[in-house]
Design a protein around this ligand. Structure first.
Ligand SMILES: *Cc1c(COP(=O)(O)O)cnc(C)c1O
Length: 378
């Protein structure tokens, strides 16, 4: 019998041949720059859209929370891990999302997993957007519900599935993202919530990339989000009606059987949320950069700080990303299975800390790389 190590080696070389092997490299972030492989790069790779992860006051809040409550929480929130900052953050998240209550999880991934697996049961129907994030699929797969996918942002297709199938199931959940993580486009929440009403279904929206970008939609039943992107900290949450949140707190396994977050993460999240509410110019500025880039590159008007630059094949996208890196710009390449085959791309994310000079440097570098490599963007 071959050893586990030799099986792994075989699998890895196959991934390498398919241009699908992934490497985790050490990256040190400072402002909009990062050190990667010993090289200083202008980064368009971070989801810290509003520049809060490196903010002085946010870092200080993390230090203060650590000093007061310790480096770790020591236990699950349901035992002794629920130090007082949790309650404050949950109240503020609920208020910000205009819902009655919120529950903080260990991460956005754990929130999706815990909420979906708790809510959907054997006689239920779950319908999600085809481009939903991996953790939505993972949540759905842990349930015994029947699940269907509708074509990306296609409410006609969603309506078709609802008409055909809704009546045969007990409860029905429609799941989508407010801002899609790899495409940067937004879900048509108005139409979707109307369809949900018409067909007696509930809408769950993953707002991981939409915080402060997409306004809360009153027809949405539950919002799932992360503290790890726009808020520059770590953790996840779900926001909705009080009774639903209480029910989740009693049942969601990824909440109950996992240790509470380190106090630093909650302290930092609280400060970030305060800053974001006080300084709406953070949002305006990041959108200005995305708009400048798109108009200069002839791309569609952006609706979020995420802009996909589609290339097509995996080697072409990898090649372009590597060439940009040689020129001092970090624009990560996203490949299948994260995105559908043939749509490999650079995923650019803009930040509050990018100046117009930084955006122009990206445009210039991309033009140069493009000319020398004769890569055709789709
Ligand atoms: C990043 C992401 C998550 C996971 O959030 P984490 O806090 O990083 O675990 C969930 N959903 C979407 C759409 C995401 O992009």
């Amino acid at each position: 019998m071959p050893s586990l190590a030799s099986i792994a080696e075989q699998e890895l070389s196959q991934l390498e041949q398919q241009h699908r092997r992934r490497y985790i490299v050490s990256v040190e972030q400072y402002g909009v720059y990062c050190h990667k492989d010993g090289k200083k790069l202008l980064s368009f790779a971070s989801n810290d859209y509003f520049g809060l992860a490196q903010h002085k006051e946010v870092k200080q809040a993390a230090i203060d929370a650590t000093s007061r409550y310790g480096a770790g929480a020591g236990a699950s929130r349901l035992l002794s891990g629920n130090y007082p900052l949790y309650e404050t953050l949950e109240a503020e998240l609920a208020e910000y999302k205009r819902t009655e209550a919120a529950c903080v999880f260990g991460s956005g991934y754990l929130a999706n997993l815990g909420v979906i697996s708790h809510l959907a049961g054997p006689r239920d129907l779950v319908i999600c957007d085809k481009l939903s994030h991996a953790c939505i699929y993972d949540g759905i797969r842990t349930t015994k519900a029947l699940w269907k996918r509708f074509r990306h942002n296609d409410t006609k297709h969603l309506d078709y599935i609802l008409r055909k199938m809704r009546d045969h199931y007990r409860r029905c959940f429609i799941i989508t993202e407010s801002v899609f993580s790899m495409d940067g486009d937004c879900a048509p929440l108005q139409e979707m919530t109307q369809l949900a009403k018409d067909h007696d279904a509930w809408v769950i929206v993953d707002d991981a990339h939409g915080l402060s970008i997409v306004p809360h939609h009153p027809g949405v039943d539950l919002t799932i989000g992360t503290l790890s992107k726009g808020l520059g900290s770590y953790g996840g949450y779900v926001a909705g009606p009080q009774s639903v949140i209480d029910w989740i707190k009693s049942k969601a396994r990824s909440l109950i059987y996992s240790t509470a977050l380190p106090p630093a993460a909650i302290g930092a999240s609280l400060k970030s949320l305060t800053l974001l509410r006080q300084e709406p110019q953070r949002v305006d500025r990041v959108m200005r950069s995305a708009r400048l880039f798109c108009s200069q590159m002839g791309l569609p008007h952006p609706t979020s700080p995420i802009v996909p630059y589609r290339v097509g094949s995996e080697p072409d996208a990898l090649g372009l990303s590597q060439q940009l890196e040689e020129e001092g710009v970090y624009a990560p390449c996203i490949r299948p299975p994260t995105v559908p085959p043939g749509t490999s791309r650079l995923r650019l994310s803009f930040s509050y800390n990018h100046t117009l000079t930084h955006v122009n440097q990206l445009i210039r570098t991309l033009h140069n790389a493009y000319d020398s490599h004769l890569i055709h963007a789709a």
